[in-house]
Design a protein around this ligand. Structure first.
Ligand code: DAH
Length: 352
């Protein structure tokens, strides 16, 4: 075996590897060199025929040649892999931030949209979000809200009882309003406090204007000097901002809730023009809210001293607010997961 020939082979192999411009060709080249009948393999085989004195010297040369070619080959593999990956990355780039095609895009449920709007406004008054469970005790849903056993208000609420569950706090039920969160928040935070809650409530009722599950917003503010004037300002300003009008006509009508004294229901005025409702104008009135000064008994149940603190509270129906603002007619649609209803009344995610 001529060492000069080995040098020549090495030079030509290195050149061939250098010129190779894609992985497929490089693979083929690898097998023409190191495959079963590859050029380098053949030379290795020939080593066997050499006598011992030559074997040592030529063997070292051939090994050197083999390693040199291998190294060059591996380096070329790495270089071409990086190149091909770069090429693929730039040609197959996917912009994950792009919006989906309009025909397939999902929509934001109107209740989600309205909940976000309401939360934004109430947070701007320093109210923080508080939560309570959907399965509530009779004690927190009624007793602690100054609705004693056998009070007619208990039957007015058409309560769903969870019969199997009961303890010293009475039977368990699906909460009929979000007002029990008032007690939870007071017990947890003490006074002074400002919080709001948004959540599902349940009553056994079903027609175009009632669904067995609906959503309420609850607000509570407890402080040493808080009173009805604060309540009037907060509720009026909230409604003005929610309905995005410069002026909101609001009427506080005396009413009764066991947990507030005095209590009021709030109406907003509207006008009908071309089948559309305009708020803040007109002589027609719509009820949107219940509110009042927190009854001293309720403060006591919340472990707040009524001699030192006063509270104001209010409650809205979220579906009602959404229906009025966005002209959604039938309450049942909110919970039917109907795609055509969602495409009619849902919002683009960009409307956020
Ligand atoms: N919980 C009442 C209801 O479900 C609504 C309500 C009225 C909440 C007056 C209040 C309030 O916080 O002060 O009808």
């Amino acid at each position: 075996m001529c060492l000069f020939a080995l040098d020549k082979l090495l030079a030509s192999c290195l050149l061939e590897i250098e010129r190779c411009d894609n992985l497929k060709k490089l693979d083929v080249l690898k097998s023409t060199l190191f495959g079963k009948n590859g050029k380098v393999t053949e030379i290795m085989k020939e080593l066997r025929n050499l006598d011992d004195s030559q074997k040592h010297k030529v063997g070292a040369e051939v090994n050197g040649l083999k390693n040199c070619i291998m190294e060059k080959l591996n380096a070329k593999f790495r270089e071409l892999e990086v190149k091909e990956l770069d090429k693929r990355l730039s040609s197959e780039f996917v912009d994950v931030s792009m919006p989906s095609r309009p025909e397939y895009s999902g929509k934001l449920h109107p209740l989600t949209k309205v909940e976000e709007e309401v939360s934004d406004i109430l947070s701007s008054y320093g109210f923080v979000f508080a939560e309570g469970p959907d399965i509530e005790s009779e004690y927190l849903n009624f007793t602690a809200l100054n609705i004693p056993d056998h009070h007619p208000a208990r039957t007015m609420h058409d309560t769903f009882y969870v019969h199997k569950l009961a303890d010293e706090k009475g039977r368990r039920l699906l909460r009929t309003h979000t007002s029990p969160v008032q007690i939870r928040a007071m017990l947890e935070n003490g006074a002074p406090c400002r919080f709001f809650s948004v959540g599902h409530v349940y009553r056994s009722d079903y027609d175009a204007t009632h669904t067995p599950m609906f959503t309420q917003i609850e607000g509570l503010m407890v402080d040493q000097t808080v009173g009805f004037s604060h309540l009037k300002w907060i509720v009026s300003d909230f409604l003005k901002k929610f309905f995005v009008v410069k002026r909101m006509r609001v009427r506080f009508r005396p009413s009764f809730f066991p947990f507030t004294e005095p209590s009021a229901e709030v109406d907003i005025s509207y006008d009908m023009r071309d089948g559309k409702m305009f708020f803040g104008a007109g002589e027609k009135w719509l009820e949107v809210c219940g509110c009042g000064e927190v009854h001293p008994n309720v403060l006591k149940y919340g472990n707040v001293d009524p001699e030192k603190y006063q509270g104001i509270a209010f409650g809205f129906g979220l579906e009602r607010l959404a229906s009025l603002k966005y002209g959604i007619p039938d309450l049942r649609g909110y919970f039917e997961s109907d795609e055509s209803w969602m495409s009619a009344f849902g919002f683009s995610h960009f409307a956020r």
